[in-house]
Design a protein around this ligand. Structure first.
Ligand code: WTA
Length: 629
């Protein structure tokens, strides 16, 4: 790969980086190319199975693929017990810093103990294999403990991002039919307290299936505790029943591990389902090769465990690799814009994985802040969530990585569970491109008819081979799974993104082609924002679109039609923004709201957001032949 002359601006990895890398580049691509199943089988053998699989890949019921069929394992066992039985017993599994500067750490031994104790509590509350448990809190160790405790006993966790609010939580509790909710009393965000328990109480008024609510004390503020339903986590953990050992549920490889809600093309968020076996092999392998995990690494994925990035690469991937995962509770710029750089220096972080929006946000404060700190522990950097603009890439490379740290720009999705388009440390990089599909994966860019487009032409990004960490279905809605991902182009997985591929085979992601808006890397659906707006008494109809924003990538612009009897005003705009914040969460608050008399619609009544977007950007709206009279 190195000897070929590549086009454009290329950054080659140093000899040291290549020498250090777990992945011997060409060899890995070759091996996987030659024998995809053999490649994944070899990786699976690095993990512990109670019973070996009979078949690596079962594609007899496409698109319901199965991996490691017949195998029995448990991802939480592989994250903890496996290491506790080795020299890693006393190694740190998790280092945590709170926004106010508090510090906590857990060795593998200690983390397993806490997980076991909490597993016993869940069992005593009647949580059984297959039951759903919702977790709703900030970035605190109890979130990781809760997820692993569910996994240990075979329960299905459903983490709801702590930045979501009443309606978003209510919808997810109801759809998942959760038996237990684990919630924090509150969380810290930029020095302020978010009253999570209060939000949960409101959501719970309409969520009939929740029998028990376990409350983690984080802020210590007074909260309402409903008798017979609400219990303090720390009190339960002190009961004799919270025994230090708890047997592991030996689950089937294909048994569900978690559901995670994400926004799609239309309607309600969908519950993406991942399993113990394939997801475990996928996250373990991708993290090992892409971020080149070594024994003494401290890996910091600065995402939130409430999103897939945190699931795969704060919790599961690092622990499966026996690495030390670092978790920080708060905002990057609190109390000063050097907070992140200070922590990298303090803890000796080796790998930082974050989103372009965070980089752009930090860039605004200038180089002096990072330059005050010794960042020489860093070896690799990463980016995820949206396309990274070359300017931000170069700043990250030069100012943070000191031109020594390759940037792994990883493209993937909640649905894919693991990195899909990504460099390896030895890959020559082009700023703004995620380079190539992970070894063994076949991806393509196709036109309306599913035919591959030409070099440098834009088209739909599709995936043509199955991979172990792929979603298995939409929980409770298998038809929607088939329809949404596998119907547009038969035999291919439709990602919902558009992309180009250059003469070197490098992929360049352009953005979503559906009704998903990526705001600061967070994935939101137009439908959810619109339904939050319409739930306000003054609004008859609403349309939301994403428009380019310097820091956030995209910002939400909403167009609303007032009900008769209501008047336009700045006060109403503010009230609507607050309302969306209350229903959905602060990230969904529209940047701009315009009052309009009508919305462009197709003859069948679908809002043509494309037309609104073109209009707002002063562009040609393209084909509008389906536009209503
Ligand atoms: C976008 C996040 C460009 C893309 C892991 C995808 C990216 C969506 C990248 C999934 C990247 C993610 N470059 N775009 N490196 N990574 N995306 O489910 O549009 O929250 O479809 O998963 O984020 O978002 P999700």
């Amino acid at each position: 790969m190195n000897d070929k002359q590549l086009t454009g601006e290329v950054y080659y990895p140093s000899k040291d980086v290549i020498k250090h890398a777990n992945a011997k580049c060409e060899k890995l691509y070759e091996e996987a190319e030659k024998n995809l199943e053999g490649f994944w089988e070899k990786e699976a053998k690095n993990l512990k199975w109670f019973k070996k699989w009979n078949k690596v890949l079962d594609d007899s019921e496409k698109p319901f693929y199965k991996w490691f069929v017949g195998g029995k394992t448990n991802i939480a066992y592989n994250c903890l017990d496996v290491h506790v039985e080795t020299y890693r017993r006393n190694k740190l599994a998790l280092i945590w810093e709170g926004e106010k500067g508090e510090f906590r750490s857990f060795s593998y031994f200690a983390l397993r103990r806490e997980v076991c104790r909490f597993s016993n509590i869940l069992k005593s509350l009647g949580v059984k294999k297959g039951d759903r448990v919702t977790l709703y809190m900030g970035r605190i160790p109890e979130l990781m403990i809760g997820m692993l405790a569910c996994a240990r006993i075979g329960a299905i966790h459903s983490v709801v991002y702590g930045g979501f609010s009443v309606e978003a939580l209510h919808e997810r509790l109801e759809d998942s039919q959760s038996k237990v909710l684990i919630v924090a009393d509150g969380s810290y965000q930029r020095g302020k307290i978010v009253q999570l328990k209060q939000i949960a109480d409101e959501a719970l008024q309409r969520a009939a299936t929740v029998e028990s609510v376990l409350v983690v004390k984080r802020t210590g503020e007074d909260v309402y505790m409903e008798p017979g339903r609400d219990m303090w986590y720390h009190e339960l953990m002190n009961l004799p029943i919270a025994n230090n050992s708890c047997s592991v549920e030996q689950v089937d490889a294909e048994d569900p591990l978690f559901i995670l809600y994400t926004s799609g093309t239309t309607g309600k968020p969908k519950a993406i389902l991942h399993t113990h076996g394939g997801y475990m092999v996928g996250t373990y392998t991708t993290l090992k090769y892409v971020f080149d995990i070594h024994e003494d690494d401290r890996f910091w994925c600065a995402a939130d465990p409430g999103w897939i990035t945190g699931h795969s690469y704060i919790v599961y991937g690092p622990l499966l690799n026996g690495a030390t995962s670092f978790m920080y509770e708060g905002a990057p710029t609190h109390p000063y814009p050097n907070r992140w750089w200070q922590m990298i220096e303090k803890y000796g972080i080796n790998i930082l994985y974050t989103a372009p929006t965070a980089i752009r946000g930090l860039m605004r404060y200038g180089e002096a802040w990072p330059n005050r700190h010794d960042l020489s522990s860093l070896r690799l950097l990463g980016s995820v969530g949206e396309p990274i603009n070359p300017e931000a890439w170069k700043w990250y490379y030069r100012v943070i990585g000191k031109e020594n740290c390759p940037i792994m720009d990883t493209w993937w999705q909640t649905e894919t569970g693991m990195f899909m388009i990504t460099p390896l440390p030895c890959t020559p990089l082009k700023p703004g491109s995620g380079t190539k599909p992970f070894p063994g994966l076949k991806m393509d860019i196709v036109d309306e008819d599913g035919k591959p487009v030409k070099t440098n032409e834009e088209g739909y990004l599709v995936i043509k081979t199955p991979w172990p960490a792929m979603m298995r279905t939409i929980y409770n809605d298998p038809d929607r799974y088939v329809q949404q991902y596998w119907s547009r182009f038969p035999g291919m997985y439709m990602t919902g993104d558009s992309a180009k591929r250059d003469e070197d085979g490098y992929y360049w992601i352009i953005g979503r082609v559906d009704d998903v808006i990526k705001v600061s890397g967070y994935r939101l659906g137009t439908a959810e924002i619109e339904s939050a707006l319409v739930s306000h008494p003054s609004i008859a109809e609403a349309a939301a679109i994403g428009l380019p924003h310097d820091v956030k990538g995209n910002a939400i612009h909403a167009f609303v039609i007032l009900r008769v009897g209501y008047e336009k005003s700045d006060k109403l705009i503010e009230e609507l923004r607050q309302h969306v914040g209350h229903e959905m969460g602060p990230i969904a608050k529209p940047e701009h709201i315009d009052f309009v008399d009508s919305l462009p619609k197709t003859r069948s009544g679908k809002i043509m957001r494309r037309v609104l977007k073109a209009r707002a950007l002063g562009l040609d709206p393209g084909n509008i032949s389906t536009l209503e009279e």
